[in-house]
Ligand binder design. Sequence first.
Ligand code: ASP
Ligand code: MG
Length: 398
Amino acid sequence: MSLIVQKFGGTSVADLVRIQEVAKRVAKTYDAGNQVAVVLSAMAGVTDHLIQMAEVLTDTPDKRELDVLMATGEQTTVALLAIALKKMGYKAKSLLGHQVRVLTDSSSGSARILDISGDAIRDLLDKGYIAVVAGFQGSDAMGNITTLGRGGSDTSAVAIAAAVNADVCEIYTDVDGVYTADPNVVPKARKLSTITYDVMLEMSGLGAKVLQIRSVEFAKKFGVPVHVRSSFNEDRDMERMVVAGVTVAKSDARITITKVPDQPGIAARIFQAVADAGISVDMIIQNTRSGNMTDVTFTVPGADYKQALEIEKKVAEEIGAEDVAGDENIAKVSITGVGMKSHPGVAARMFRALSEEGINILMISTSEIRISCVVEQKYAELAARVLHTEFGLDKKDG
Ligand code: ASP
Ligand code: MG
C-alpha cells in the first residue's frame, strides 16, 4: 500500500464530465489498495474570471478580499469531486486550506507556506477516506484566507505530499509530462522520462510552465518524488544526455548604461537603485573598455522595465555615465542539463548552431547546468528549434 497524492489541474476539472473522469481515476488508485489524497485546482478559466469580476468593480481590488474570492474556485472543485466520489460509493471528504492547516505568511496573492500539518489528511486516510484538498490556498496566523500565487496548486500538492510523507506526488496537467521544449514552439519536442530537481528548477525558472517553480523547490527540499503523469513512457536515460531541454522566455527586457566610470562602488549603485525598488535583475554584463569607462548591460522582468529605465536614468546622471538605452524585443533562449558539467564544448556548440542561422547573440550567462543566450525576440522560436536539433532532442518520427 502506498500513500499517493494526486493533483489535477484546471483543465482536468474543467467541467462535470471531467470531474467524473477524475473521480474514476482516483477511485482506481484507491481500489488498487492505496491511500489517496487529491489536490485540485479551480476549473480552467475560473480564477481568471473571478479576478476579472473584481476588476470590473475597481482597478485595485482589496488584496485580502481578492484572496477570499479566488479561493472559491478551488472550494467549488473539491466539493464537486467529493460529491462525485460519494455517489460512486467511496468515502470522501473535502478539506479547505485552513482545515488542513496550511499556515502561510500574510502576503495576499503570493503567500508562502510557513508550516503545513499532515494530521487532518492522515486522519481521514487512516479512516479509509479519500481526502480531497483545495490547492492554491492557505490561511495566515490571523486566520485570513491566503493564496499562493498563480499556478500555486502545484506547490500545494508537493507541500501536502511532504507533510503526509507521501510515496509520490502525481501531477496531472494539460501537458502529459515535461518536454525537451515547449511543443508549441518546437514541434519535435519529446517527453522526458526523468528529470533531476535541479534541471527542473532551472527550466521552471527559464519559462517552462509545467510546474510552478516553488513546487519544485519544495520537492527538492523535502525529497518528494514528483511524477508529471503521461500516458506513455519513453525510456531514454536523460541523465546521460548533455542537454535535457530548451526553454524560451520572452518576458525580460534589456537595459544598457554606456560610458560608466570604471570605479569601485559604481556597479553597487547601479544595482542597489533597482533592488531598492524591488526589481530583480537577471543577467549582467560589464564590458572592459578603453580609458576609465565601461558599459553595463543587464536584464529585468518586462513588467519592471519602464520603472528600471527611469531609475537608471537618474543614476546615470548622478554617476556621470553617458546614456541609458533599453530594448524590450529580446528573448532568452536556454539549454539546461546536468550532462553539461562533464561535456566540454557545449557552449561553443550552442553559439555555432545559432550563428549558422544568422542569429546574433546579445548576452550570455551560464550556470553549472545551464547556458542562456539573449537574442532578438523575432529569432526566439527559430533559436529554440535549432538548438533542439543540435543537441539531439528531436523526436525520431517528427
Ligand atoms: N487556480 C489557481 C490558478 O489558476 C491555482 C492553480 O491552478 O494552480 O492560478
Ligand atoms: Mg497549473
